[in-house]
Design a protein. Structure first.
Length: 417
């Protein structure tokens, strides 16, 4: 352990937040918070309270006690983290389902436009949903994927050139899931609006770790998950955002009783609720919904600006260590070198990437993830990731390749990577 890494941890202003999370194995270096955030200790306590008291004792009365308003209450807390106003964000369903809702509504709102525009760095599920929406509207509609020049940087200039009056919606991931490239949301949103297109952003890899100002940047719609940097728990409900003045216009393709203006009227005809409740469909998964609030509160307490400051410093530290220790061993940096243009994970490429990833996990107690064909993603979650964790991961990567221990994992391919 170098003193430099330890000293950086000593002066880290967020160091106290690490104690708010569970570390049952203190020796494990967890660098996968960009896929699943660590368990907040308060979430375990909250889960017991929900199960034992709110469900066990109060039973159905808990709906009127606090459960009914939870998707909107937590949505308002999320809104404060992403620069939205109250009643512009609601917690519901999965990211993919929310993307479908908003994309379908946006295409229906622009019937004379036939293209959904995205890039080839977008999360595959987003692409699948976009294709499904396009097919739903018929053969005249299509999805156009603008290619990245290098597989790392988003093709911002090419996207702006592709925007025209036939584009119904521009939909992009704010932070690319493989490379960590961070788009200039304000610039792309303004460019789309110049040609009359709507904009839908996926904030899954940026919410809670990158400052976002949806209102100031005039963003139309957004979706995002809560189980990465917001530490909401595995499979936790996602969120969706719709700009206030667009809510009455944007139709909902899956109207359900939870979005009805008076759901307990049980009327045969749908009448949309006012505000963001209209975008709900079925009954909220209340246990997982309520646990999201714990992680959101911790991020709110720390402040996204402080989290981003540490994230930029930690990704820069990792990039420097790659230059010094890993580049000569065949590792490539598959993340932007400009800290302004990257999120909070760093991807390292290597021809034997999957074997190295498995050696990290099984031999060195370092837990990253792998994305084909060759990317080892190191997710830095500033609330609990230390500089010494990064140092240990780099040292382990160098040791694995130097010793060749990754070769015994060459034929292994686990279901989840």
């Amino acid at each position: 352990m170098s003193m430099a890494a330890a000293d950086l941890d000593t002066v880290d202003p967020l160091t106290g937040f690490r104690s708010r999370f569970a570390f049952p194995d203190p020796e494990l270096v967890y660098l996968d918070g960009n896929s699943l955030g660590r368990l907040p200790l308060a979430a375990a306590e909250r889960a017991a309270e929900i199960v034992e008291h709110e469900w066990g004792e109060r039973l159905i009365r808990s709906w009127n006690d606090s459960w009914w308003e939870a998707p909107l209450r937590i949505g308002d807390k999320l809104a404060a983290l992403i620069g939205a106003r109250a009643d512009e964000v609601v917690l519901a369903d999965s990211t993919s389902v929310n993307l479908f809702k908003l994309l379908a509504g946006a295409v229906a709102l622009t019937p004379r436009r036939s293209r959904i525009l995205t890039d080839d760095l977008n999360f595959p599920s987003d692409m699948y949903v976009a294709g499904g929406v396009s097919r739903m509207f018929g053969p005249d509609h299509r999805v156009e994927h603008v290619p990245s020049r290098d597989g790392i940087h988003g093709p911002a200039n090419e996207i702006m050139e592709a925007l025209d009056d036939d584009v119904a919606v521009l939909t992009l991931s704010h932070v690319a899931f493989k490379s960590g490239y961070l788009y200039d949301m304000a610039e792309l949103t303004a460019a789309a609006h110049e040609v009359g297109a709507l904009v839908l952003w996926d904030l899954s890899h940026s919410a809670g770790v990158v400052p976002i100002d949806l209102e100031r940047w005039d963003v139309d719609m957004a979706v995002g998950c809560t189980y990465k940097y917001l530490n909401g728990g595995p499979g936790a409900p996602a969120f969706l955002y719709v700009r206030k003045d667009l809510q009455a216009e944007l139709s909902h393709p899956i109207p359900g009783w939870w979005g009805h203006a008076n759901p307990f009227e049980f009327a045969p005809d749908f009448r949309a609720s006012a505000g963001m409740r209209r975008y709900l469909t079925g009954t909220a998964p209340i246990l997982s919904t309520l646990l999201v609030e714990v992680g959101v509160d911790i991020v709110s307490e720390a402040g996204v600006a402080a989290i981003r400051d540490k994230s930029e410093r930690q990704t820069a530290y990792l990039a420097e260590r790659w230059e010094q220790d890993l580049k000569r061993l065949g590792f490539t940096l598959k993340t932007p070198t400009d800290p302004v243009r990257r999120g909070s994970h760093v991807s390292l490429g290597h021809p034997a990437g999957l074997g190295i990833d498995l050696a990290l996990i099984n031999d060195h107690g370092v837990l990253p993830d792998f994305r084909p064909p060759d990317s080892i993603r190191l997710g830095l979650a500033p609330l609990y990731t230390r500089y010494v964790d990064i140092e240990r991961a780099v040292d382990a990567l160098a040791e694995i390749v130097t010793a060749g221990t990754h070769h015994r994992f060459a034929a292994s391919r686990p279901q989840v990577t």
